[in-house]
Design a protein around this ligand. Structure first.
Ligand code: HSE
Length: 458
């Protein structure tokens, strides 16, 4: 049975709310859960002064109680069964940092039904089930806060929903997966191979429980869907978000991109185009001089282009323990300001879950990736035939693809190997695929070895 061993919650001098401490139940005591405990404890006074109330961790649910006790300390009740926690009457807000979309979803919905606010770092859960969860929260007058779900240390949800609230947002483009950016940086700058760089990212606590989410672009797609939801007041069907990761990226393409003045980054792109939105994740060439090309290691960077503020750039750690806890605790402080759990009136004053009131959330059509137009990078296997080399750009042009830059790039490690690389003008993906298929059939070559999109982000 849960015994609250914490001191009683009488209002103190710093308690401007008259509500006493905000009582927190924590599900998950791993990387993010432990960081949250450390920040709550170390900055307790500062947090209370800023939030107007003390924030007190009273219960934690974890599979390994022995390990969890070392994380949360002696004054916090521990349970193995998270259902006890989400139903406990002495908890005002549930912090869900266990991850996954099965049990986590059921627990979050139960916490909401019990009138508790929820703070979560679970991007998969909200990208895939956000509509249902936000509707339940609105119906129960509670808040689901999720700053930690996107680009951990960077307050980008707050920036989109509050700081930039007066703007029409045209596009949000970002490096939003710390693990894959760390891997790409290690491959490009230190010559590590993919597997070694991934092992290092996992050891440092950056990668997801299933690292294929990081390297296949799925984690970045979850985050980009949440960015699009907030930028455009959108209900984004996650199944329509294009996700391509970095597992098939040949380091030779990083060398070729550099020769053209670009770097390759795994980029999440959310953009409004006519009456649709683009929401996509894939390796992308960005100019070396752009802010986004400078985002290295496990850092994240997000470029937000707006009508009034113009372009803004947001930068910070993209993965880690206290870096994520920073956002979790800031959300707890927002919840503390909302009032008592179930106080629908005050919760309703908080910014809406997807930046516009629920009735204004719109299901924008998401453009299929083949219909998205952009410049492209092409790498062709070398063909030792000057006549053909001169011919194929003209041939592509005749099929609607203008080749703007063309270079011959030798391979740094394999001197016998070289390739033609080229940048195209803006062309839809489907049209480019068709033209390239006709090229290899019509002229007998050359075969294209790699295709990536380019974002110039002027
Ligand atoms: N695995 C994630 C990343 C953690 O590498 O970005 C932060 O969401």
């Amino acid at each position: 049975m849960f015994q609250n061993s914490c001191p009683s919650v009488l209002p103190h001098a710093w308690d401007s709310s008259g509500l006493g401490a905000l009582r927190v139940g924590l599900i998950g005591t791993g990387v993010v859960g432990s960081g949250t405990c450390q920040v709550l404890e170390r900055n307790a006074e500062l947090i209370a002064q800023r939030a107007g109330r003390r924030i007190r961790l009273v219960m934690a649910a974890a599979r390994n109680l022995h390990k969890a006790a070392q994380v949360v300390g002696p004054d916090v009740a521990l349970v193995r069964d998270p259902w006890v926690l989400v139903r406990h009457p002495d908890i005002d807000v549930v912090v869900e940092v266990m991850g996954g979309v099965g049990l986590a979803k059921d627990l979050v919905l139960e916490a909401i039904a019990q009138g508790k606010h929820v703070v979560t770092a679970n991007k998969a859960l909200l990208a895939e089930h956000g509509a249902e969860i936000f509707a339940a929260a609105d119906a129960c007058g509670v808040v689901v806060a999720y700053e930690a779900a996107v680009a951990v240390s960077i307050p980008i949800i707050k920036a989109l929903r509050e700081g930039l609230a007066a703007n029409r947002i045209h596009e949000v483009v970002g490096v939003v997966n710390g693990t894959s950016n760390f891997i790409l940086s290690k491959m490009q700058d230190e010559g590590l191979d993919f597997a070694a760089a991934l092992s290092l990212a996992t050891a440092l606590g950056y990668a997801e429980a299933d690292p294929s989410f990081d390297v296949e672009g799925i984690d970045a797609a979850h985050k980009t869907a949440l960015l699009a939801a907030n930028a455009f007041g959108a209900d984004v069907p996650f199944g329509q978000v294009h996700a391509q990761g970095i597992t098939a990226l040949d380091p030779y393409d990083m060398v070729c991109a550099q020769a053209l003045g670009y770097r390759i980054k795994l980029m999440g792109i959310a953009r409004q185009v006519a009456d649709a939105i683009e929401v996509r994740v894939h390796p992308t060439l960005v100019p070396q001089s752009h802010w986004l090309a400078q985002v290295q290691g496990s850092m994240n960077g997000i470029w937000v282009n707006t009508d009034a503020a113009g372009p803004t750039f947001h930068y910070g750690a993209g993965a880690g323990s206290q870096t994520t806890a920073s956002a979790v605790v800031a959300d707890l402080m927002d919840v503390a300001r909302c009032g008592a759990a179930g106080d629908a009136g005050r919760a309703a004053l908080r910014v809406p879950h997807r930046s516009v009131k629920a009735s204004a959330v719109r299901r924008w059509p998401v453009q299929p990736i083949g219909q998205v137009a952009s410049r492209h990078y092409l790498r062709f296997e070398w063909v030792d035939d000057p006549a053909l080399q001169a011919e194929w750009p003209r041939w592509l042009q005749a099929h609607g693809v203008e080749v703007q830059d063309m270079l011959q790039v030798p391979h740094t490690d394999q001197p016998h190997r070289k390739a033609w690389v080229a940048l195209t003008s803006s062309v839809r993906g489907d049209d480019l695929t068709r033209a390239l298929a006709l090229l290899s059939q019509g002229t007998g070559g050359p075969a294209v070895a790699a295709i990536y999109r380019v974002e110039d982000l002027a």
